[in-house]
Design a protein around this ligand. Structure first.
Ligand SMILES: *Cc1c(COP(=O)(O)O)cnc(C)c1O
Length: 847
């Protein structure tokens, strides 16, 4: 066998511009176009060739060109300006330091299986990864002491190519980490840092790399190192690749390895944010650490919960990893003794009775003090999905909150639009993104200017798309005329509808095809033509998703649709940007309610591209009747067939009656009504659906309280954690005896008027539980099928102790008008609980 090793050698940079290499190794460049210009203006072609990767650029640029730039006064000016801004960004006092000086040293560790920061760094598959990347960028902007933890995949996710027959062919590029903006982390003696993680087949050595995202470091773990046998090297081969064993192996690396990597670097976070269930094993490793320090296992669990927040990202059942008990046992049996847990106790932590397996989402929920979904609707759907964990808690009160996702504005705004924003909102517009007031200035952009800017972006997109289609056909060895005709595809005057996202079946990429004749009429209307652009990857094992791509590919070859419907291969952040800057309308028609949030529509809205979407995920929060369009109704369906038919019908009808007329109604060449909607879209959506607003919410609602609780629980060798676990144990033991002896209302329940008070007299038997450890309360709200909605809670006060173990509570409820339902319940309370239903124990009075 012949073996070669690779080394990468950087050029000696001319002194005058030597800090280019510093810029190349900070992903800050990815949201600062003038930093990118510093590279691209040296050699434009090379910049495109290296996929806008500044490290590869520097490795390959002829040194003569560098010297030329260094001697060019206009280059020097641009260089100085960018570096000045960079230094200012890295050093200035941040929002976080100013607002929360007392919490300045509380670090947040954010675990995620994918990070989508830039196209040159393909360790993401879709929305989850891009969200994680945007979260890091916003954390950097706001100066949050934030650290990302993930895996470094040798082959990334995959490169998508579509062959002549329309099948997706995955390509697995071999990433050379030395050609990426990545640095190997080193220990104190200057040697590359490694950690060990035990697996059933032996000990895996893990190397740690750092990707710097502005002020935020993201540490990525890699097992493809010389010391490891082949099977371990392959562990970090691909994102979401391999079989179930690879999957659990990767999740062990991410969770357990992630904690060890932080420790090896001397980092001790106060807040642990688990981004999706993949990283939930981090909690297991942390339990082990606490047990090693002498905590009881239950106190260790309390300490972990107090310092952990978990964000769930999908209501699609297949999106939650469920392992069999045998698999868990195979990987964790050596772990049980260290945790002082039995096999059953361990399995119990993640047990999902419905799916009869070990569910990573359930594990994460059990090990987190706070849990949230990623849109208000998704919060609601998640409360319904997981209400089985809280059988006695009304669905609306199940402790799962919501923080609606956002996008990193500076990364997603088209540069010409950014220039308009600077002109109308001021040069510091991107420091106040979440402030809705400043966005009013969008109204002052002259209609024609906004429209012309959009039109330029659209034409640029069309040119690029034509080039990409021709390139794909050349590679596939198509006939010359077929290659050449793509040069005339797409009409810059046609209403252009974009659809690009993962080809998961619930996203229904081919819904618009249900009535082909109607579609053909719309597309081929000579006065008001429309056209469609599609892109997206199907998971390599998702046959159905790949069939959808093939179906679209065939449609593109159909005479009726040729050049008017296109599928563009290789969806990634760069292609997303191109389409999101240049389309007129962004279509999203998932099967409600399976879209947890969806973020591409937010990127569209920011660029004045109007959303045309099912009222799922984030859209019900954003849509106000003037800033986009709706497909279908906000309604629950039992039957998918009916839902698809209804939504398809609505899609065509809305296109015909609203979207197309608004677009083609012109005055002096400008569609006034349309531009008004573009402005409404930018103004209403950009501030609220930004990561700036999102990370602010995470900080204020979750990171600060979690940091505080984490410290309290671990002070004095875990006294608080021990106290809480003892309390929970006591409650669990005695709760079965708790019951209501009597519940009376003291006044007549007839002839009541709004504002009257209903007086309650309640006796509850608590056996050994002291009355101050419970809360007795009346809950009332509008009656619905089997309960109430919008519950309001009135606590009752302790009155007396009529007998041993019996307690009388009383209080008054001021009556609202109308019919309402009420109940009386008792639940345990403790000052150190994160929320009302920290424990699922609740007992209701029977009527
Ligand atoms: C924003 C983004 C997504 C998310 O798209 P959804 O509309 O949320 O499905 C996926 N992939 C890429 C490359 C993105 O930039």
């Amino acid at each position: 066998m012949i073996c070669f090793n690779k080394i990468s050698v950087m050029p000696v940079l001319p002194k005058r511009i030597e800090r280019l290499s510093e810029l190349a190794y900070n992903m800050w460049f990815s949201w600062n176009p003038d930093a990118q210009d510093l590279f691209s203006r040296i050699n434009h072609r090379l910049w495109d060739e290296v996929q806008h990767n500044p490290v590869r650029f520097l490795l390959n640029v002829p040194s003569g060109e560098l010297s030329e730039a260094a001697a060019d006064p206009s280059y020097q000016t641009a260089y100085d300006r960018v570096l000045h801004r960079y230094d200012d960004y890295m050093r200035r006092k941040s929002w976080y330091e100013t607002r929360f000086p007392e919490a300045a040293d509380r670090r947040v560790a954010y675990f995620s299986a994918e990070f989508g920061v830039h196209e040159s760094h393909p360790v993401y598959s879709g929305g989850l990864g891009v969200l994680a990347g945007d979260h890091c960028k916003a954390a950097s902007d706001r100066g949050i002491p934030f650290i990302g933890i993930g895996l470094l995949y040798r082959h990334g996710y995959f490169d998508q190519r579509i062959n002549r027959e329309g099948w997706q062919v995955p390509h697995y590029p071999e990433l050379n980490f030395k050609e990426l903006p990545l640095l190997a982390v080193q220990d104190e003696s200057g040697k590359d840092l490694f950690i060990d993680v035990e697996m059933p087949g032996g000990t895996v050595r893990v190397q740690i790399w750092r990707m710097q995202v502005g002020r935020v470091p993201v540490y990525l773990m890699d097992t493809d190192v010389t010391a490891n046998p082949q099977e371990f090297c392959r562990l970090t081969g691909q994102l979401y690749g391999g079989d179930c064993d690879t999957r659990i192996g990767q999740e062990i690396l991410l969770g357990i390895g992630g904690v060890r990597a932080l420790r090896a670097m001397g980092i001790h976070p106060d807040v642990w944010h688990i981004n999706e269930g993949h990283a939930a094993f981090s909690g297991i490793e942390r339990i082990r650490e606490f047990v090693n320090r002498g905590y009881s296992v239950n106190a260790a669990i309390e300490a972990v919960r107090a310092s952990t927040i978990f964000t769930t990202h999908t209501p699609v059942p297949a999106g939650h990893d469920v392992f069999t008990t045998d698999q868990i046992h195979h990987y964790f049996s050596r772990y049980y003794p260290e945790l002082k847990m039995s096999r059953n106790e361990f399995i119990e932590l993640g047990w999902d009775p419905e799916r009869q397996g070990f569910n990573m989402t359930v594990l994460a929920m059990r090990l987190a003090g706070y849990v949230n979904g990623v849109s208000q609707l998704h919060g609601e759907v998640s409360r319904r999905m997981f209400c089985w964990m809280y059988p006695a808690v009304p669905v609306d009160e199940v402790p799962i909150g919501a923080v609606t996702n956002g996008i990193h504005t500076a990364s997603w705004v088209a540069p010409p639009l950014r220039d308009l924003f600077v002109k109308h909102m001021g040069a510091d517009w991107d420091e106040h993104i979440a402030d809705p007031d400043q966005w009013r200035a969008v109204e002052a952009i002259p209609d024609k200017v906004l429209w012309d800017t959009h039109q330029q972006l659209k034409e640029r997109m069309i040119t690029r798309v034509r080039e990409r289609v021709m390139q794909q056909r050349r590679r596939n060895g198509e006939l010359l005329p077929y290659i050449q005709e793509a040069a005339n595809y797409l009409d810059p005057k046609a209403l252009t509808i974009g659809f690009a996202r993962r080809f998961a079946t619930y996203k229904r990429a081919t819904l618009f095809l249900r009535d082909r004749e109607r579609l053909a009429r719309l597309i081929n209307n000579p006065d008001r033509p429309i056209q469609f652009l599609f892109a997206g990857k199907a998971h390599p094992r998702d046959r159905q998703g790949q069939e959808l791509i093939k179906e679209l590919h065939e449609l593109c070859r159909d005479e009726q649709f040729k050049g008017k419907i296109l599928f563009i291969e290789g969806y990634d952040i760069a292609l997303a940007r191109l389409l999101l800057h240049g389309c007129d309308v962004w279509l999203n028609n998932p099967r409600r309610p399976y879209e947890a949030s969806g973020t591409s529509g937010m990127k569209a809205a920011l660029n004045g591209v109007l959303n045309f979407s099912v009222l799922d995920g984030w859209w019900p929060e954003a849509y106000d009747g003037e800033n986009g369009f709706v497909v279908g109704e906000a309604k629950d369906y039992q039957d998918w067939g009916v839902q698809d038919a209804d939504d398809a019908h609505s899609l065509y009808a809305t296109l015909e009656d609203r979207v197309i007329p608004a677009y083609f109604n012109r005055e002096n060449g400008v569609p006034g009504e349309w531009v008004k909607m573009m402005k409404a879209s930018i103004r209403a959506i950009a501030p609220r659906f930004s990561t700036e607003r999102m990370v602010t919410e995470y900080v204020e609602r979750y990171y600060l309280p979690t940091g505080t609780r984490g410290r309290i629980f671990t002070a004095d060798n875990g006294q608080t954690a021990e106290g809480v676990q003892a309390f929970k144990h006591f409650i669990r033991e005695h709760w079965p005896k708790v019951s209501f002896t009597s519940v009376r209302t003291l006044n007549d329940s007839h002839n009541l008027r709004a504002g009257d008070q209903l007086e309650f007299d309640v006796v509850v038997y608590l056996e050994a539980i002291p009355h101050r450890d419970v809360r007795v309360e009346v809950v009332y709200g509008k009656p619905v099928d089997n309960g109430i909605t919008d519950p309001q809670v009135v606590p009752l006060k302790f009155v007396e102790q009529p007998a041993d173990g019996s307690y009388r509570f009383g209080g008054k409820l001021t009556l609202p008008q109308g019919t309402f339902g009420y109940g009386v319940r008792v639940r345990p309370v403790h000052p150190d609980f994160a929320q009302d239903f920290e424990m699922p124990q609740v007992t209701w009075a029977r009527f």
